[in-house]
Design a protein around this ligand. Sequence first.
Ligand SMILES: NC(=O)C1=CN([C@@H]2O[C@H](COP(=O)(O)OP(=O)(O)OC[C@H]3O[C@@H](n4cnc5c(N)ncnc54)[C@H](OP(=O)(O)O)[C@@H]3O)[C@@H](O)[C@H]2O)C=CC1
Ligand SMILES: O=CC(=O)O
Length: 325
Amino acid sequence: MAKKVLVYSELPGDLIEKLKETFEVRYIPGGKDISDLLPDLTEADGLLGSWLRAGKELLDHAPALKIISNITVGYDNLDIPLLTERGIMATNTPGVLDETTADTIFGLMLAAARRFTELDRLVKNGNWKAPVSTEHYGIDIHHKTLGIIGMGRIGSKIAKRAHFGFDMDILYHNRSRDPEAEQLYDAGYCELDELLEKSDFICLMVPLTPETHRLIGEREFRMMKKTAVFVNGSRGKTVDEAALVKALQEKIIYAAGLDVYEQEPVSPDNPLLKMDNVVTLPHVGSATHETRYAMAKLAVENLTKGLLGECPPNLINREVFRSRA
Ligand SMILES: NC(=O)C1=CN([C@@H]2O[C@H](COP(=O)(O)OP(=O)(O)OC[C@H]3O[C@@H](n4cnc5c(N)ncnc54)[C@H](OP(=O)(O)O)[C@@H]3O)[C@@H](O)[C@H]2O)C=CC1
Ligand SMILES: O=CC(=O)O
């Protein structure tokens, strides 16, 4: 009997058809919580999609589950220890979104530094009445210092753009050093506090883990330069958002570019949405047609291999596969 796959996010038609060649597929695009997925969830062998929180509640409704294939690289929505304990594989989509996400982060840096969205509003609202004066000048990016917190796959693509395209000096902070980034982009390793003090631009690109939860808060914003531009492309919860609001309102830092928020979608009364020195995007780091297709394709491959007894290329909890072999 064909294994049952539940797809809860939008998937290109050809990939749905491909899944149907091997599996019995139930397609519920836009499925946001467990109630949207019942009763199919109870019989699903595989679950494929983007943001569903997979903890005890979901797993208790999914006794047949063998694999969860995330169409994201971040997997903070998955309770990995619990999945592992229950022998359920978890996969993600690393690598294929690095360049696109780095482009987005660079766009945010440029937009925040040069005030693109604020000036766009000025023009569109009919308020461009004379040549712009110092009041609307921005700050340069080129030849400044960029601090990357989380020099991983995406962080290193940001460093590549900064080093080769914008002549920036690169500082970075990880738990471990990255000799390749040091060699390729002349990136200098430093502790977090030193990076915060010395950088003109600060990009946060760490995964959300218990260790990185609210990694950047009031103390950290106060260590930054008054002219610093802070960009968060990781997850909203890596930052204390109330402290960020305060830092921007009180001009402790110059500006911010945000793709992620503590609560998503962001609430319309979030004070960040009212500030001219903040550029806001709706979590679109990887959102191009090409890259979202590549991510979906990889997620389908991960799920297919996992359900057919092969090791998925992006298996997060390898011990599950090893214990089956
Ligand atoms: N906005 C968007 O649309 C997107 C957001 N993301 C987010 O970006 C994250 C990073 O993705 P990716 O680059 O592929 O991941 P990687 O795992 O390749 O890189 C993460 C980096 O963070 C560092 N890191 C992890 N924990 C800590 C810590 N406690 N302190 C300091 N550094 C730390 C790691 O280095 P070390 O282990 O040495 O500490 C590593 O270099 C994802 O997990 C996701 O949350 C990803 C894609 C798109
Ligand atoms: O935020 C996006 C991801 O792929 O992770």
